[in-house]
Design a binder for this molecule. Structure first.
Ligand code: GDP
Ligand code: IMO
Ligand code: MG
Length: 432
């Protein structure tokens, strides 16, 4: 097995960062393949917390290669801050350790300004974006007017490119949103302050490097961002992000054939959360929702916003399994549910009087469904120090077995706390 893909199987923040950090110990290379600094991936090692936005979550392992592939939109100033913050806490971050595709999209301050101005101008229908410029950056890529990473190093032509792109952006910002114009020369000068920091991390061909590594039998780990229900094509459109978050997107972004993606790991929380707007069928608006939010510290790693909380939605999870081809599940944060007398899951929906078991493709329908709930007794004991699956309480195991049975996919990993060490293996994902 050469490539393992880790994707979010809900609405993001499932704990992908933690799982990647754990799995990276047995991999050679970690590849981040989509999204941008809208992501916030939290790693905890011996109680010390690190939040990453663009840098792959394998970076705390000094001997691993971390690649940022073509499908990522890179806020270059944010990335440099992330590199510097890691260096300040004692990590080296060499040019071999972190390598960035020359063809990845550059996200610049005007993308953020536009993202925030658009959201501000909406009264109804706000997406609730992270304000990190993700939508505008992907728009530019699709419209073939984005700067890509290699443009940053082409100094003689960079100013001309900025002038071209800013002509349209300034007109939009000024006329539609009354935002002051951005001067090409100022942006050019600002870019010069980070170019030399980024140069050692430049990689012309991510696809070639991965292919060579795979031929040598090295293990490649793909790191997804956001979650399946936020996918631009298959999520609850328009309340989605602007990239394809599903596993297949890893193959497209890194430039490797889809057949190499042999193991697709879906990460999900033992309950559900969502940040920003959009339908959330199993959302709880009561004290239990508030209790889960408090116990689970459900506040965004990127924006600090409170995450909406609800019961685990098995209709949505089955949909994620199908869209990604998930053949292994990792259940995170089951320790958070230890505080509850009873634990419920959503097993199907009722829509216009009929019971349905498949996730509707219409967002309007998703917003109208009523969740059908099944309830289990809670286990009410602290499980954060449990070291082996066999030591989990029977009631927790019953809950886990029910989910596995219902969705028809094995749960191979159970996480009982934020730290690397708080990870229980039912079946190793790498055989070594
Ligand atoms: P990501 O975006 O999918 O990487 O997830 P985030 O980092 O945004 O959010 C997950 C949060 O849950 C972080 O604060 C993690 O430290 C924390 N976390 C991860 N796994 C567990 C777990 O099993 N139990 C608890 N209590 N917290 C966890
Ligand atoms: P990680 O990788 C949770 C949500 C935003 C908003 C929608 C669109 O940490 O799981 P965007 O800024 O992407 O245009 O916002 O998507 N969103 C996330 N929610 N986790 C994330 O990333 C998210 N990235 C974007 O809240 O609803
Ligand atoms: Mg997150």
């Amino acid at each position: 097995m050469s490539a393992v893909v880790v994707v979010g199987a809900q609405w993001g923040d499932e704990g992908k960062g933690k799982l990647i950090d754990v799995l990276a110990a047995n991999a050679d290379t970690v590849v981040r393949f989509q999204g941008g600094s809208n992501a916030g991936h939290t790693l905890v090692v011996n109680g010390k917390k690190t939040v990453l936005h663009l840098i792959p979550s394998g970076i705390l392992h000094a001997d691993k290669t971390c690649l940022i592939a073509s499908g990522v939109v890179i806020d270059i100033f944010g990335l440099v801050t992330e590199i510097q913050n890691l260096k300040a806490t004692g990590y080296q971050i060499t040019g071999t350790q972190l390598q960035i595709s020359d063809t990845a999209t550059v996200l610049l301050p005007y993308h953020k300004v536009l993202d925030q101005a658009r959201e501000k101008s909406l009264s109804d229908g706000k997406i609730g974006t992270t304000g990190k410029g993700i939508g505008p950056a992907y728009e530019d890529r699709a419209a073939r007017r984005a700067l890509i990473m290699s443009d940053l190093f082409d100094t003689p032509n960079l100013l001309k490119k900025l002038e071209f792109v800013l002509k349209e952006k300034n007109s939009l910002l000024k006329n539609l949103y009354d935002v002051p114009e951005i001067k090409a020369q100022d942006l050019f000068d600002q870019i010069q302050t980070v170019v030399e920091i980024l140069r050692p991390h430049r990689l012309s061909d991510v696809s070639l490097l991965i292919s060579q590594k795979m031929k040598q039998g090295k293990k490649i780990l793909f790191e997804g961002a956001q979650g399946t229900l936020l996918d631009i094509h298959h999520g609850t459109y328009p309340f989605v992000t602007s990239s394809s978050t599903v596993a297949g997107s890893g193959s497209v972004s890194a430039g490797i054939g889809p057949h190499h993606l042999s193991k697709i790991v879906g990460v999900f929380k033992a309950y559900a959360t969502r940040v920003g707007s959009g339908p959330f069928p199993s959302e709880l608006h009561d004290n239990i929702g508030a209790q889960i939010q408090k116990e689970g510290h459900e506040f965004g790693s990127t924006t600090g916003r409170a995450r909406r909380c609800g019961w685990l939605d098995l209709v949505a999870l089955k949909y994620a399994i199908r869209l990604n081809g998930i053949n292994s599940l990792a259940m995170m944060k089951i320790d958070v549910l230890s505080c509850l007398d009873e634990v419920s899951v959503c097993t199907s929906y009722k829509l216009r009087g009929e019971v349905i078991t498949d996730f509707p493709t219409s967002t309007e329908d998703v917003s109208q469904v009523e969740p059908i709930i099944e309830t289990f007794p809670g286990w009410k004991v602290d499980i954060t120090q449990v070291k082996s699956v066999k030591d989990l309480p029977l009631k927790a195991m019953n809950y886990i077995h029910f989910i596995q049975q219902h969705v028809g996919c094995p749960i191979d990993v159970i996480s009982v706390g934020p730290d690397r060490e708080q990870t229980l293996w039912i079946k190793p994902l790498y055989n070594n």
